[in-house]
Write a protein that binds this ligand. Structure first.
Ligand code: 0K2
Ligand code: SF4
Length: 319
């Protein structure tokens, strides 16, 4: 007689919504795919189109070649700029070399670029709230002349900044920041510089803030949270921080192979979400892998619905 298989331990999965791809990521990936259809392979892409290895590997298989600098793009082949945006010098250089280029910068990042130009035209010095070295920050700094923008990463930076002219300041932000940390930095700037010019709307984009609200809604009810996303994905890292601040241990994983079943040993309720650059197929992969070891019951917890889509650049709509 064979033993009956031991019953799997129960686990509730609370799956945050919205999660995963945003409209800017969708658009950026479609731009690369359509560029390959239109021009034929290879199409070069400057920087990871979005910060996700699975996405990048999928596009490589279709004929995309990823490089970090325009200098690595040979003459006569098309190049796509990533969703995070590029300094003005990059398209200028592409034009100088006669390269066909397609700009996959998210329209919400481009909006911040235009605001930066406007502030400088109005004679204001810009305090840019963001993370040093991130490609979006490099791209936004590259919209304005050197010396017209100062990076503010923390409340301490906001306390320490000494302006040449406190009456002519403005602030802008990276699109993928922590909503709560940014509010604290902005409050410090407003207290110190009451005349500072604020952006019209939020620069932190709808997708970033919706995903943070959604993970906040589940984290308190969970014993642990997994965020699916890449270690260089700013918006994904922020989701881990938000969950941890609710007092729940949280970790970033790229896909099912990264699941630590020791860490899940005593977990009865696990929260799951995904950054704006992480495809839903990886969420399903993680759920299925956990389902091999636990008797799972899945619940979606929706805090908002998203119906945003961005137009493709001219010339690609029909490709
Ligand atoms: O969150 P990040 O800016 O690091 O970028 P990704 O993870 O690629 O997500 C897409 C957002 C791109 C621009 O905002
Ligand atoms: Fe655009 Fe926001 Fe998505 Fe970045 S996270 S690509 S700013 S919609």
């Amino acid at each position: 007689m064979t033993d009956a298989p031991a019953a799997l331990p129960p686990m509730t999965l609370l799956i945050a919504a919205p999660r995963g791809f945003c409209a800017g990521v969708d658009r950026a990936i479609i731009i690369v795919e359509k560029a390959i259809e239109k021009y034929g392979a290879p199409v070069y892409v400057r920087h990871e189109i979005v910060h996700n290895k699975f996405v990048v590997d999928g596009l490589k298989a279709k004929g995309a070649i990823f490089v970090e600098s325009l200098d690595q793009v040979p003459d006569g082949v098309p190049v796509v700029f990533s969703a995070h945006g590029v300094p003005k010098a990059v398209p200028a250089k592409a034009e100088e070399r006669g390269l066909d280029y397609l700009d996959a910068t998210c329209p919400l990042v481009s909006k911040v670029h235009r605001q930066a130009e406007r502030q400088v035209d109005a004679g204001r010095h810009i305090l840019f709230i963001g993370h040093k070295g991130h490609p979006e920050v490099i791209g936004t700094f590259g919209q304005v002349p050197d010396g017209t923008m100062t990076l503010i990463e923390t409340v301490e930076d906001a306390e320490a900044f000494t302006p040449a002219d406190p009456a002519n300041l403005s602030f802008l932000t990276q699109t993928t920041l922590s909503v709560d940390d940014t509010a604290a930095i902005v409050a410090t700037l407003l207290r110190r510089f009451p005349a500072i010019h604020a952006p019209k709307g939020e620069d932190i984009c709808y997708a970033t803030s919706n995903r943070q609200t959604a993970v906040k809604a589940i984290a308190g009810k969970c014993d642990a949270v997994y965020v699916i996303g890449a270690p260089n994905s700013s918006n994904s890292l922020r989701l881990v921080e938000v969950a941890e601040r609710e007092g729940t241990p949280a970790r970033l994983i790229q896909r099912a192979a990264d699941i630590d079943f020791d860490w899940l040993k005593d977990v009865k309720t696990l929260g799951l979400t995904a950054g704006a650059s992480a495809p839903e197929i990886l969420v399903r992969e993680v759920v299925d892998r956990i389902g091999e070891r636990f008797a799972i019951s899945e619940q979606q917890v929706e805090t908002a619905q998203e119906h945003i889509a961005f137009k493709l650049p001219r010339g690609l709509e029909t490709a």
